[in-house]
Design a protein around this ligand. Structure first.
Ligand SMILES: *[C@@H]1O[C@H](CO)[C@@H](O)[C@H](O)[C@H]1NC(C)=O
Ligand SMILES: *[C@@H]1O[C@H](CO)[C@@H](O)[C@H](O)[C@H]1NC(C)=O
Ligand SMILES: *[C@@H]1O[C@H](CO)[C@@H](O)[C@H](O)[C@H]1NC(C)=O
Length: 332
């Protein structure tokens, strides 16, 4: 039996609800317009990662102002001014947002995948909760190395904040603990200590749904206890209703999910600067949804993306083909 992955996707559309009320403009003026866009594109020229010729091999954005191309003393002020100008001069069906998308630090599942090798990981170990030594499922947590990676992102943001980098106005997290903990460690003593910056956990920023136990989430109770005070999608259920032990959402279905999540973001949140902490698969699906070149983001990596969103009648996205769910490969 083959289950269309759209089933995994659409059962949970009801959970796409309005985000927490948008915060008033804290960063450099005008917020973005709110509407449901039908076309996304990436504005090239601000960040090195946005270039179609960007080579991610060996590149460390944390040591390079997150990839900002301008290296002048006023680089971040120039950037914020340019983004404000784009929004000020755009019509009511055009909006620009800067998304700081982050990958979680190393989790036990990442460690295990390297330890056992990818073929054995995807045909066997990813389907189990652990190996008697390490536990990675359900809901893998950060390794000590993963915690150190998140601390390094925290240190990098402190440096850029001193240089006037526009900080996020709103924080979104995958419901997986490795992502939420990475967000918490990255931002706790920069912005999260202020009540108005409470993050929101959103079901649809979770990693590829199904098969791998590391991608089965904890209950809402466990998450509320681990991240006290954090907000959830209004329809966030106690138990994980999307995880399926036999089928896994494929890349096309995931890209559609991220496209819908972007539609929700742009239609409900007028923040210009948005932080999202998620996963490698989610980040690549996000790249597809907004027309960014796909590349593999390392654990603990951060990629700033300037997105132009358009809602004109004539604007359309290139259709994304969802395809069918995948089952685990046989071990050879
Ligand atoms: C990307 O960079 C790496 C390391 O510098 C290099 O080995 C590789 O050839 C580059 N790839 C491309 C497509 O330029
Ligand atoms: C147990 O896991 C640790 C990492 O947490 C690893 O360093 C070690 O090699 C593992 N031992 C065995 C016997 O698999
Ligand atoms: C937005 O429209 C442009 C121009 O038609 C197209 O090149 C681009 O692929 C579209 N964006 C997406 C994400 O499909």
């Amino acid at each position: 039996m083959i289950v269309p992955s759209a089933a995994l996707l659409l059962t949970s559309l009801a959970s796409l609800v309005a985000a927490s009320p948008a915060l008033s403009s804290r960063n450099n003026g005008k917020n973005t317009e709110v509407f449901a866009p039908s076309n996304y594109s990436v504005v090239d020229g601000f960040f090195i990662q946005s270039s179609p010729t960007f080579n991610a091999t060996g590149y460390d954005a944390l040591k390079d102002n997150f990839g900002l191309i301008d290296k002048s003393p006023n680089k971040w002020k120039n950037f914020a001014k340019a983004i404000k100008k784009l929004n000020d001069e755009s019509d009511e069906l055009t909006a620009y947002k800067v998304i700081y998308i982050a990958r979680h630090g190393e989790g036990y599942h990442n460690y295990a995948q390297t330890f056992y090798g990818t073929p054995a990981w995807i045909c066997k170990w990813s389907l189990l909760n652990g190996d008697g030594n390490m536990t990675w499922g359900p809901d893998a947590t950060l390794t000590p190395n993963g915690i150190a990676q998140a601390q390094a992102v925290n240190a990098a943001w402190k440096i850029e904040a001193k240089a006037d980098a526009p900080l996020p106005q709103v924080f979104y997290s995958s419901p997986m603990r490795r992502a939420a903990s990475t967000l918490e460690i990255t931002w706790r003593d920069i912005l999260l200590q202020k009540k108005s910056y409470t993050p929101t956990i959103k079901e649809h920023y979770r990693e590829s749904i199904g098969l791998h136990t590391c991608d089965q989430r904890s209950t809402k109770t466990v998450l509320s206890e681990t991240y006290p005070g954090w907000n959830f999608d209004a329809s966030f259920t106690e138990h994980d209703q999307l995880y399926n032990p036999t089928y896994q959402e494929n890349g096309g279905a995931q890209s559609l999910r991220l496209q819908q999540q972007m539609n929700e973001l742009f239609s409900s949140d007028d923040s210009t600067y948005v932080s999202i902490t998620a996963h490698s698969g989610v980040i690549n699906s996000f790249f597809t949804a907004v027309g960014h070149k796909r590349f593999s983001v390392q654990t603990g990596g951060v990629v700033p993306v300037v997105i132009k969103a358009v809602g004109h009648k004539s604007a359309t996205n290139t259709p994304i083909v969802a395809g069918l769910s995948a089952t685990a490969p046989a071990c050879v």
